[in-house]
Design a protein around this ligand. Structure first.
Ligand code: GDP
Ligand code: MG
Length: 735
């Protein structure tokens, strides 16, 4: 038998943890609101039952205020799951039951999973489950989702509820005499006309009308303009009445009564505190210090710096080791494959391209591990909380902070989930401003570029520069937001309340799963998207090759040098044996010609021609034609920048005894220096978002905005790079 179950609950109540526990999936568990916006599905078998489980986004309520609320509500009324598991945080019962109230009113077949019993217990909160069950008339099962305690019992209960196959049974809550009278009038009209009743119970629909729920009002007008108008008139006069008599809107009254209902239940012997209730919990005590106006931000910056220090110092050895592995693979391929196009593609396209990206896996892993600690412990939510104060100054909303952090605000996120996470913003203008500025953060794909250039040019102070470039990203993003909010996206700010989840000690398993999830995404991308782009770019950098006449010129030079050389020396060259001094000179000359030919070939390639033609503009920012090729590649995906630089600079390489790393090659190149490095970094950090992000922005808003984001960012980044390069070069000249 098939059973459809859905998980609903407040953010941080443990939905995803339970979902993973039951389905064995590894969905992302987050310690802050706004991580799950789409619902996730999973399957499990339990005896003869095949259960599909849906993890709905976290919501406090079911009004049409935010996307999560709409997603949850629409899912429930459209999909009609056989059982809805309402996860309730036992340590925060009163607020969590607010949603339960609404589920009860909607009448879904409900089971309450009383989660975090361990936390409640530790805080001395005692809950009489049976009593709660009796008063709510809903089965209540205490669980600890994190350890799996009670989940078996929960499943059993859910199956029992599903087996009854009872239709939806909405239950009424009283909203006081005034509103109840209005509700009765509304219900009558709704029921008589079967108005929207295919989706919603009539009283529920009536309440939504009283709450002024945008979505329902709109649906109503579509269903029957006439009845909708009558209903709206009834509501209108009711709100006039409550405003006059109580000075509140019906919505507020409804919320008051719901809380009242909950309070009365909890007072009837359900909830007892063993300890003094106004004692400060440990979390609050910690927060007194960590979110203090002065100490808080200082500590935050310290943590950030420590994260980079940790990442760079610990990853140094594994990164170098991995680099060796890839250069060994390249050497091995070089000596086994026959010369030709195929070999060139494998080495320059595949190994250099993918290897260049994979080489940073240890660094990325350490960084993700650090972030996982911040996230799982609950500290990241505090970062959001503190940033909120700053965000308001720049016309952004508190809910914008998480998208920024998800996009790589600390380091190594991705703008795609960041763009999605902006769905939690209710005001379209604040949302647009956030959407347009999150790509400025240093996502995981930019980290290798940062690491490469910082390592090559500012090697002594890696963590310090990483820290500075992170701050720069924030400053630029905030000022850009301010610019948008005072021009194209002008509008009033909307209020924001942030709730801080309690600090939790991260589990090793959780940390490892988080680290691995994200690292795996990175590796997967390298093996798929990046591989494809690398090969494409290799082709662009290889074809059409040198024209006959030019190629033969090089050939002539070679024969000219080799002529008159004794047989002994040429055989030395062929056999790769120990070279005599004369042979060495000859070898060097031949190699110089080879390199010139390679460079000429690259310059003549499609990519080379494009890169060269851009030089007329990019010279003002200090970028040569090879760098241009890499930057153009970066439009597709930022990871490609490192690998393309690698290919471009290895193709025209000047011989060295040992194979050199790309960093060293850049250091030695005459077109590169510290100023160019900073100019390039600035450009890379702020120019057009990668292709996937652009598509995502278009989907979340419109192609018009996506296009705006590409052009605005590129022009803006270029101007910044030019400024850096010109000012930097100028001061270099005078000193
Ligand atoms: P969601 O927002 O409802 O999906 O909540 P999550 O599943 O992301 O959980 C939020 C946090 O609560 C995570 O850090 C979990 O590890 C933690 N958590 C979940 N269930 C329990 C529990 O039963 N006990 C404790 N102590 N922590 C839990
Ligand atoms: Mg979740």
């Amino acid at each position: 038998m098939q059973i459809k179950m859905a998980l609903a609950g407040n953010p941080n109540a443990g939905k995803t943890t339970l979902f993973n526990e039951l389905t064995g999936a590894r969905q992302h568990v987050g310690n802050y609101p706004g991580i799950t916006v789409d619902h996730k599905e999973g399957c499990l078998l339990h005896g003869e039952y095949k259960i599909t489980m849906t993890d709905l986004p976290g919501t406090y309520s079911m009004t049409a205020y935010s996307v999560e609320e709409l997603v949850t509500r629409d899912y429930l009324v459209n999909e009609r799951p056989h059982v809805v598991i309402n996860i309730v945080d036992a340590s925060n019962l009163e607020r969590n039951l607010y949603l339960s109230c609404q589920l009860i009113e909607l009448g879904v077949p409900l089971v309450i999973a009383l989660n975090m019993m361990d936390v409640a217990h530790a805080r001395g909160i005692e809950i009489k489950t049976k009593q709660l069950e009796k008063l709510l008339q809903v089965p209540v099962v205490p669980i600890v989702a994190r350890s799996g305690e009670g989940t078996e019992q929960l499943l059993e209960t859910c199956i029992e509820v599903a087996a009854v196959k009872s239709p939806w049974a909405p239950r009424d809550i009283s909203y006081g005499e005034d509103l109840d009278t209005t509700l009765t009038a509304l219900v009558e009209k709704i029921a008589d006309n079967s108005f929207l009743t295919s989706s919603y119970p009539s009283r529920y629909c009536a309440i939504k009308y009283l709450e002024n729920d945008d979505q329902i009002l709109e649906k109503g007008r579509l269903e029957s303009p006439l009845i909708a108008k009558e209903l709206e008139e009834i509501v209108e006069s009711a709100s006039k009445h409550t405003l006059k008599t109580l000075d509140v809107y019906p919505e507020a009254l409804i919320a008051d009564h719901r809380y009242g209902y909950i309070k009365s239940i909890l007072r009837q012997g359900v909830l007892t505190h063993k300890f003094d209730t106004d004692r400060l919990y440990t979390s609050d005590k910690i927060d007194k210090v960590l979110t203090n106006r002065l100490i808080g931000p200082a500590f935050m910056l310290f943590i950030l710096f420590a994260l980079y220090k940790f990442t760079f110092s610990w990853s140094e050895i594994p990164v170098a080791a991995l680099e060796n592995v890839f250069s060994w693979i390249a050497d091995f391929t070089d000596s086994t494959l026959p010369d030709g196009m195929f070999k060139s593609m494998i080495i320059s396209g595949v190994i250099d391209g993918v290897g260049g990206v994979l080489g940073f896996v240890p660094l990325i892993m350490f960084m993700f591990f650090g972030i996982a600690i911040l996230e799982d412990s609950g500290y990241l939510a505090r970062v959001a909380f503190m940033m909120d104060r700053i965000f308001r100054i720049f016309g952004l909303h508190g809910s914008s902070v998480m998208p920024f952090i998800v996009s790589g605000g600390i380091a190594g996120g991705c703008a795609v989930p960041g763009v999605m996470a902006t769905r939690t913003l209710r005001s379209p203008k604040e949302r647009m401003a956030t959407l347009l500025t999150v790509p400025f953060m240093n996502c995981g794909a930019k980290i290798p570029v940062l690491a490469l250039l910082i390592g090559a040019f500012f090697g002594e102070h890696k963590a310090r520069y990483m820290f500075l470039f992170t701050l720069l990203a924030w400053v630029v993003a905030l000022f850009a937001a301010k610019l948008f909010r005072s021009t194209v996206l002008r509008g009033a700010p909307t209020p924001f309340v942030m709730e801080l989840p309690p600090y939790r000690f991260p589990t090793m398993r959780g940390l490892l799963i988080h680290t691995w999830e994200r690292t795996y995404q990175y590796i997967k991308k390298a093996g798929t998207v990046i591989l494809g782009i690398s090969i494409l770019l290799w082709a662009l950098m290889t074809f059409p090759g040198l024209p006959e006449d030019k190629a033969s010129l090089f050939e002539q030079e070679r024969t000219a040098i080799s002529e008159g050389v004794s047989e002994a020396i040429s055989s030395q060259l062929r056999s790769n044996s120990e070279l005599s001094p004369e042979a060495e000179v000859l070898a060097a000359q031949l190699l110089a010609i080879d390199n010139k030919e390679k460079e000429a070939t690259l310059r003549n390639s499609i990519a080379g021609q494009i890169g060269t033609s851009f030089e007329t503009v990019t010279q003002y920012a200090g970028f040569d034609w090879r760098t241009n090729i890499a930057l153009i590649g970066g439009f597709a995906a930022k990871e490609v920048i490192v690998s393309t630089l690698g290919t471009a600079y290895s193709m025209g390489e000047v011989e060295a005894e040992e194979p050199e790393s790309l960093g060293v090659r850049l250091q030695k190149d005459q077109n590169w220096n510290k100023v160019v490095a900073v100019s390039a970094l600035v450009f890379i950090m702020f120019y057009a978002p990668c292709f996937v992000t652009v598509v995502c922005i278009a989907k979340e808003s419109s192609w018009k905005w996506a296009f705006f984001s590409m052009t605005f960012n590129t022009i803006f980044a270029f101007l910044m790079a030019v400024a850096v390069y010109q000012v930097g070069t100028f001061f270099h000249l005078v000193t």
